[in-house]
Design a binder for this molecule. Structure first.
Ligand code: NZQ
Ligand code: ZN
Length: 417
């Protein structure tokens, strides 16, 4: 396996009522005296699922208020709302300006990945004299300045942004959607109450859960392909996630399943399964650019891309695809024989088993009601015309089992159409 460094500084407090129980002590630890607190919000869901009320209740009881300072008040709560799905650079700059003008010393993001990512990026930009997008997102320079601590209250499990330093922003002018991962941007705390997630529309639940599976697969299907501890953990996480996904699809209010999914999202992205792995994330690169051009939903885009991408590259990591079929889907030699017979193609037993595993993944996507084609994401003739441009804008992963090039990305998009 590759050499690695592993660290995760985020303090996690998980479970029903965790905001009411732990937010006060975390605010005391991270909000500098005399500073104000900024709350980052999306389009309003946090005000309906209880998260906003819980946060404001705790802050109010500590003496923070949205009004101007009065005697005895600790500080103000400044709201930064309207963070959109797939947050833009412009929105992040708006937040940084607000934080600077209001002497913000702690940011609390209340929402899903978009709200968390935007707030993490605000925390990096606010006290930076230069252009954070250019220096960090585009050029990946070391981050040496002091950044505002950012804590998160998760309302939607998917990205794992709560436990890592990654933040994804879209520059609408250049049409580049870019992720950057700096340990400095790891949230200082993550409060995870699964009850907040019950209000997610089923479509978001499906997309978010598939994103989690994608994060695990993108890591698992990379080097080394021989057995290793990180992949052993990944196989367990994938099996469990598929079980919990099915449970949540048949009973959306199943709190046990939703709790499991929420914690799996964090385990998938707290970097533990990435230790010693080359990490692919080519499907993410292809999806990010689809999203940069069309604004499509992240998890849904991934669902349409994954099986086709894997049919392209599986031969380069055959042992891993065989393990996936056996250990995650429980397929056997008989399944390989059946697959070979039904396809009528000439292939080795291992290839047949690997393809049967990819087929099982495609079946799950269909069973869950996720999009299996780009057309189902609402793409029409306009989008079809610009597929070559989108393909040309994709980054090529250096951790892939086999790097694809622009021509092959276009082929994949077209096969997904
Ligand atoms: O905006 P609000 O009103 O909050 O509604 C959101 C949004 O419309 C809604 N939602 C969230 N929690 C809810 C809820 N609705 C009802 N009840 C709740 N409890 O769900 C919608 C989608 O939210 P969003 O935050 O956009 O979803 P997600 O968590 O999937 O985040 C997607 C963004 O994260 C990036 C994606 O590219 C995309 O920009 N990613 C971030 C990563 C990271 N930081 O590590 C990695 C990922 O691979 C991904 O690229
Ligand atoms: Zn993702």
């Amino acid at each position: 396996m590759d050499n690695f460094r592993w660290e995760c500084r985020t303090k996690v407090r998980f479970g029903t009522g965790c905001v009411r129980e732990y937010l006060e002590e975390l605010v005391k630890e991270y909000a500098p005296a005399g500073s104000n607190i900024m709350i980052g919000l999306g389009g309003g869901s946090a005000k309906k699922n209880g998260a906003y009320d819980d946060v404001m209740g705790v802050l109010g009881s500590m003496g923070y208020s949205p009004d101007a300072r009065s005697d005895g008040a600790k500080g103000r709560v400044v709201e930064f709302s309207g963070i959109m799905p797939n947050p833009t650079l412009a929105k992040m700059l708006e937040g940084a300006k607000l934080a600077r003008e209001n002497n913000v010393g702690l940011i609390i993001a209340v929402g899903g990945g978009s709200v968390m990512d935007c707030c993490k990026a605000v925390s990096a930009q606010t006290r930076y004299d230069g252009d954070a997008w250019e220096d960090f997102w585009m050029q990946g320079k070391p981050m040496r300045h002091s950044i505002i601590p950012c804590g998160v209250v998760v309302t939607m499990p998917a990205t794992g942004s709560e436990v890592n330093g990654c933040a994804v922003l879209t520059n609408e002018e250049t049409r580049i959607k870019c992720d950057r991962d700096y340990p400095e941007m790891n949230p200082v705390f993550a409060l995870m109450d699964p009850g907040y997630t019950l209000s997610m529309p089923i479509r978001q639940m499906r997309a978010g859960t598939f994103d989690i599976l994608s994060h695990i697969m993108e890591t698992y299907f990379s080097f080394p392909v021989e057995g290793n501890p990180a992949d052993d953990v990944s196989e367990g996480l994938m099996k469990g996630l598929i079980r919990d996904f099915r449970a949540a699809l048949s009973s959306p209010q199943d709190l046990q399943a939703r709790s499991n999914i929420m914690w799996t999202a964090s385990l998938a992205e707290n970097r533990i399964i990435k230790t010693g792995k080359s990490k692919d994330f080519q499907a993410h690169n292809m999806e990010h650019q689809l999203s940069a051009y069309t604004g499509c939903n992240h998890g849904e885009g991934l669902a349409a891309l994954h099986p086709v991408y894997y049919r392209h590259i599986y031969k380069a990591g055959l042992p891993k695809f065989v393990s996936f079929a056996r250990n995650v889907w429980g397929l056997t030699d008989e399944d390989a024989i059946r697959y070979k017979e039904s396809s009528g193609a000439d292939m080795s037993d291992d290839e047949a088993l690997a393809l049967a595993g990819i087929e099982a993944l495609a079946d799950l996507i269909q069973e869950a009601g996720l999009p299996t084609r780009l057309r189902e994401l609402g793409f029409g003739e306009e989008e079809k015309k610009i597929l070559p441009e989108i393909a040309a804008s994709c980054s090529i992963s250096s951790g892939a089992l086999r790097p694809v090039d622009t021509a092959e990305i276009l082929e994949i998009y077209e096969e997904c159409w």
